[in-house]
Write a protein that binds this ligand. Structure first.
Ligand code: PMV
Length: 333
């Protein structure tokens, strides 16, 4: 099935809704503790495995969207107009096309994000989630979060998890049309859990996660073990969240991320997102653990690390990593 048909199946006669003046929405960035890596359908962004994430509270994207009388869409990102032929704009316009039920419609879309774009900090997840929520407001569709999660996935897979705060699980689903592949919040809170962003580079990554996933699935001999890795890590991670077992969470999140990067290293051409600083920081963290400290990391499609630790260790962690940006994910917004 193609994405446009999925959109029509979900919206049905809402495609005829009259637009309001403006749609506005915020969505948080989410960091996967069990990663989404590999698609079984590249158009619908249907994953090979389920994944589980935690959202980063106030870190994310705010989108304002309205219809304008103009010959083309107008895209403003962090107060700057983006050329419509840029990679960023083309991806966004392709997504907006799914909701352009009248060819005369053009959108003015303003996105403000407080995380670096495309540096493995899940800016696209927050971006697409906030865009679909803003469109839901603009056209008064009144869709459920589950339906919005499916539509957000069409923009970027991991965006389907950015509809909620807290812990979120994306069930891979079985259907070819992906109508059973959406995320849902987990009913657990963990106010003491902290995430620290250890940023080595905020630069645009050389290879997109989309491209890296495709290359890995196609060429990595290790990829065949990835579904088993997830099958092993997922129940342990869920148990860790449920019972607030920090070491169980840290161990499974870290080893899941490293296994994902191992599939990339074994693809051809090889893919390594780590910089020398990334590897040095990993070794430092392993040394800190050997000394008895409670600290783990996870890494996405970029060189930056996300450190996992508990509130009780925050002063010590700040001393060890002075540049760390800390997000207490359990804090009330
Ligand atoms: O949704 P995408 O195409 O940005 O892919 C996200 C991939 C990872 O960040 C590496 C893993 C994940 O589950 O977020």
């Amino acid at each position: 099935m193609i994405a446009a048909e999925v959109v029509k199946t979900i919206l049905q006669d809402r495609v005829n809704n009259e637009p309001e003046n403006e749609g506005i929405a915020f969505a948080p960035v989410n960091i996967a503790l069990i990663k989404y890596w590999g698609k079984r359908d590249t158009e619908l962004n249907l994953p090979i495995t389920s994944s589980l994430s935690v959202s980063l509270n106030a870190k994310g994207s705010q989108t304002n969207i309205k219809l304008i009388t103009a010959a083309e869409d107008l895209i403003i990102l962090n107060k700057e107009k983006i050329a419509n032929n840029s990679v960023f704009a083309r991806r966004l316009i392709k997504y907006l096309d799914l909701f352009r039920f009248n060819s005369q419609w053009h959108f003015a879309i303003t996105i403000a994000t407080n995380v670096p774009i495309a540096a493995g900090l899940a800016s696209s997840a927050a971006g697409f989630a906030s865009i679909i929520m803003a469109l839901n407001g603009l056209f008064n569709w009144q869709l459920s979060k589950r339906e919005l999660s499916i539509l957000a996935r069409l923009g970027s897979g991991s965006a389907c998890r950015s509809l909620w705060h807290g812990f979120v699980k994306w069930q891979r689903g079985e259907l070819e049309n992906g109508l059973d592949s959406f995320a849902e919040p987990l009913p657990y809170q963990w106010p003491e859990l902290c995430i620290g962003l250890l940023i080595f580079s905020g630069k645009q990554k050389a290879i997109s996660s989309r491209q890296a996933m495709e290359q890995t699935v196609k060429t990595s001999t290790l990829y065949s073990s990835w579904p088993q890795q997830v099958a092993q890590d997922m129940p342990l991670l869920e148990q860790a969240i449920k019972t607030k077992d920090f070491q169980l969470l840290g161990k499974n999140a870290e080893s899941n991320a490293l296994a994902m990067h191992a599939t990339m290293l074994s693809s051809w051409p090889p893919i390594a997102y780590a910089l020398p600083e990334t590897v040095a920081a990993m070794q430092y963290i392993w040394q800190l653990r050997a000394e008895g400290r409670n600290i783990y990391f996870t890494q996405d499609a970029g060189p930056n690390l996300k450190l996992l630790f508990l509130q009780e260790d925050i002063d010590e962690i700040k001393r060890l990593f002075p540049a760390l940006e800390i997000i207490n994910i359990g804090a009330k917004l």
